[in-house]
Design a protein around this ligand. Structure first.
Ligand SMILES: *Cc1c(COP(=O)(O)O)cnc(C)c1O
Length: 393
């Protein structure tokens, strides 16, 4: 089944089948192509491939059939014209900047994006003359005010990590387009199973495939999605030249991950809602952060923008750092690790790990309290997850 033969299939069908072109061997499962280069029939064919006059494989830094199958499948799920797979989520953001920005440009970014993204913008992009202003995720007015004549990109992640604050994608797309800038959304926490930013007006979507797209904690990878000009040409050009490419083996693992994406995300979401609801009833829990709760300040926006509410739950326990560490140290089942989007439930204390390098003032401003815990809810029995947390609560 090639792409142009696809009738308008539903999401689940595309997740299982989009992008696969069977070889003459008639294999049912997608093959892995571990080859660095490709052989041409003639000198003329080689010349035509290299000049771009004829499509086809050249060299696996930028053309590999397994990687292409992953790209086409994810593009179908996000509703994108083009997809470029990358070696990691961070390199997806890097090649997006390299492909779409130049020295002198300005980025407005949510303050609540992944910590390494802040470092990439603030330290590394700044060295190449691209400056960034960070603003509050949930305040469209702050975004509006931060825009300058040279602003070319608005960047966000929604819901945020760990406090699950939302950004209004439609409102921020309007602000971006009014100023001739692009809206780039890191859709890692939702995946296209829960949220499709391009349909809400975003121009580019980036992914860390390492998280829910794999879903089983095995491989590092990423992707950039958008239209044929910006992503298919400009971001692809940066990837092809700079070379942070996805390996064919990893692409194959992610392809298998996509096949079960919807049913895994459904289970992550229903477990997370059950856990968040239960946590709200615990005496030692002061506050629960989960977009699916009626108590979440942006619950109405979450219902409009997301198909379901995701697998990340944060909560503040009484007793500050001591209270939070006690919960972690009494778990026997949950994994004490900062990764997320795995079948295995993980628990972290943001104030002393992911956000530990911030000053106490910056942490307070970001709302990361000493008693805050983040759980990335996995696929174990939710009763077992609750029992594991109850011990320390
Ligand atoms: C993990 C993560 C990244 C970075 O992805 P890597 O695959 O680790 O490079 C970017 N954004 C978000 C939201 C993430 O959670």
């Amino acid at each position: 089944m090639t792409d142009d033969e696809l009738p308008p299939y539903g999401f689940d069908t595309l997740a299982v089948r989009a992008g696969q072109t069977r070889t003459a061997e008639g294999e049912h499962s997608e093959p892995i192509f571990p080859t660095s280069s490709y052989v041409f029939q003639s000198a003329a064919e080689a010349a035509a491939r290299f000049s771009g006059a004829e499509p086809g494989n050249i060299y696996s830094r930028f053309t590999n059939p397994t990687v292409r199958t992953f790209e086409q499948r994810l593009a179908a799920l996000e509703g994108a014209e083009s997809c470029v797979a990358t070696a990691s989520g961070m390199s997806a953001i890097l090649v997006t900047c390299m492909g779409l920005l130049k020295s002198g440009d300005h980025i407005v970014s949510s303050r609540s994006v992944f910590g390494t993204t802040v470092v990439l913008f603030d330290t590394f992009m700044a060295r190449f003359g691209i400056t960034t202003t960070f603003v509050a995720q949930d305040d469209p007015q702050a975004w509006q005010q931060a825009v300058r004549p040279n602003t070319r990109m608005l960047f966000l992640e929604t819901p945020s990590n760990p406090l699950t604050e939302l950004a209004d994608i439609r409102a921020l797309a309007d602000i971006a387009h009014h100023h001739d800038a692009l809206l780039v959304v890191d859709n890692c926490f939702c995946t296209p199973a829960l949220q499709r930013p391009l349909a809400l007006g975003a121009d580019v979507v980036v992914h860390s495939a390492t998280k829910y797209l794999d879903g089983q904690g095995r491989c590092i990878g990423g992707a950039v999605l958008g239209d044929a000009e910006r992503v298919g040409k400009n971001v692809f050009g940066a990837l092809r030249t700079a070379g942070p490419s996805m390996s064919p083996f990893n692409a194959w693992v992610f392809l298998k991950g996509l096949e079960t994406l919807r049913i895994r995300m459904n289970a992550h979401c229903s477990h997370a809602l059950a856990l968040a609801t239960w946590l709200e009833q615990q005496a030692s829990v002061e506050r629960v952060f989960y977009p699916g709760l009626a108590s979440h300040p942006q619950h109405q926006l979450a219902k409009r923008q997301m198909g379901d509410f995701g697998g990340i739950v944060a909560f503040e326990v009484r007793g500050g750092r001591e209270g939070a560490w006690k919960v972690i140290d009494h778990t026997r089942l949950l994994s004490i690790t900062a990764n997320l989007g795995d079948t295995k439930t993980t628990i972290t204390h943001p104030a002393t790990t992911t956000h530990g390098r911030l000053t106490p003032e910056a942490r307070a401003e970001a709302g990361i309290g000493d008693g805050l815990l983040r759980v990335a809810v996995g696929l174990e029995d939710v009763d077992d997850i609750m029992a594991d947390l109850a011990r320390g609560l």
